[in-house]
Design a binder for this molecule. Structure first.
Ligand SMILES: [Zn+2]
Length: 399
């Protein structure tokens, strides 16, 4: 699954041109005029930018409608409308998690993503259908992308008895992360919900990544309970809060103490940089020492028609949402979609240095800011030293 390659004339992060020698999937030399060992292929980088692979730190591989007929969305405005609509129509719409996750994984890979964290629905109607399907894609597409599964109680945990048992089974089946969801507004039992998901983390020694859409004061209350448990259970560095819209509340008295505690307990924040919601302030969080990652969230599903799996475009959204204009700020937006995401996912050997795994993207642009602003479709994507996509064409064919 690993390959060797001499990558000539590439510019790490738009810096000075160098050659990269990759042997058995690992970067072994970085320098000028390197020579290729016998039998090692040479790829002309044409002076393009090279960055480490894009990191999709929050998506839902099991529920995309990619390749299926257009879905006319007439779903109600509430979160529960979307949740119930999806669960009730999944089979009718033929949203087979194995096939759909394969389609989205290939799309992600050809856009430059090399690592994906996917939340996968677990509920009493479909059981582990999602986990089993995405797990097959995890195994079958390891040559192009690494996938991490989050056991996600999308329909609620306590309001649908039996879900917690299924979550337990999902962890035994190989999910890497425990998921959770809006402890106040979905389960309407914040203590019960958080005790249950943190309990699973303790039982399996796994991290938590919890969806927290709750806005304002309610969200801040839930976040405080998450912080409290992270501290009490010694889970520093092992918790991610996804969305955390409450951190977008323009009230420093509410937000600043929370940010201080997030930094102290190394709790990460995932933001999609939504255009339509209050969003966590990325620069402020990074400056406070909080890890911040990003993701596409759902891509063309029954929740929303949007999304194309392009994490370079996501970096642009992060920049737009946070009013990043300067080149150094746009670089922060890209960091959120690369190195910061890698920190959140605890990806080993991530980067461009000697000894790192050769998961790379080549981008024809002069600067990082230009790459984010123009999002060139002509990309070369390398996974463990092997070129897995060129100019939007993957080496794998979608089912
Ligand atoms: Zn999500």
């Amino acid at each position: 699954m690993t390959a060797s390659l001499l990558l000539r004339n590439v510019r790490p992060y738009a810096g000075k041109a160098v050659d990269l020698l990759i042997e058995n999937g690992t970067i072994t030399q970085v320098g000028a005029n390197l020579s290729a060992p016998a039998g090692v292929a040479i790829e002309d980088g044409r002076g393009e930018i090279v960055i480490p692979g894009l990191v999709e730190a929050h998506t839902h591989l099991d529920k995309s409608l990619l390749g299926l007929p257009w879905y006319t969305n007439e779903v109600g405005p509430k979160l529960l409308d979307k949740i119930d609509n999806e669960r009730m129509n999944k089979k009718r719409l033929d949203i087979d998690p194995e096939r759909q996750s394969a389609r989205q994984s290939i799309l992600s890979s050809l856009k430059g993503t090399t690592h994906i964290r996917s939340h996968v629905d677990i509920d009493t109607e479909h059981g582990l259908w999602g986990v089993e399907g995405v797990m097959k894609t995890h195994d079958a597409y390891r040559d192009i992308v690494d996938i991490e599964l989050v056991a996600f109680p999308q329909s609620g945990l306590l309001r649908r008895p039996g879900t917690l048992d299924l979550m337990d089974q999902a962890m035994q089946a190989g999910c890497e992360i425990v998921g959770g969801l809006d402890p106040c507004t979905i389960d309407r039992d914040p203590k019960g919900h958080l005790d249950a998901v943190f309990g699973l983390c303790q039982r399996y020694g796994k991290p938590l990544d919890i969806h927290l859409h709750e806005p304002g004061e309610v969200g801040a209350f839930s976040l405080d309970l998450i912080i409290e448990r992270t501290r009490a259970l010694g889970m520093t560095g092992k918790v991610t809060v996804s969305h955390a819209f409450c951190l977008g509340t323009p009230d420093p008295a509410l937000i600043d103490p929370l940010i201080e505690e997030l930094a102290e307990l190394d709790i990460a924040i995932m933001t999609t940089a939504p255009a339509s919601r209050p969003a966590p302030p990325v620069k402020k969080l990074l400056q406070a020492g909080v890890r911040v990652c990003s993701g596409s969230d759902g891509i063309r599903d029954t929740w929303s028609p949007y999304g194309n799996a392009d994490m370079l475009e996501r970096a642009m959204f992060v920049g737009l949402r946070n009013n990043f204009r300067r080149d150094d700020e746009v670089r922060l937006a890209l960091d959120v979609c690369t190195t910061e995401g890698a920190k959140v996912m605890e990806i080993e050997g991530y980067g461009l240095e000697v000894g790192c795994v050769a998961d790379l993207v080549l981008l024809p642009a002069e600067s990082i800011a230009e790459a984010v602003a123009t999002r060139p479709p002509q990309r070369r994507v390398i996974k463990r030293g092997k070129i897995v996509a060129r100019d939007g064409v993957s080496i794998r064919t979608a089912p």
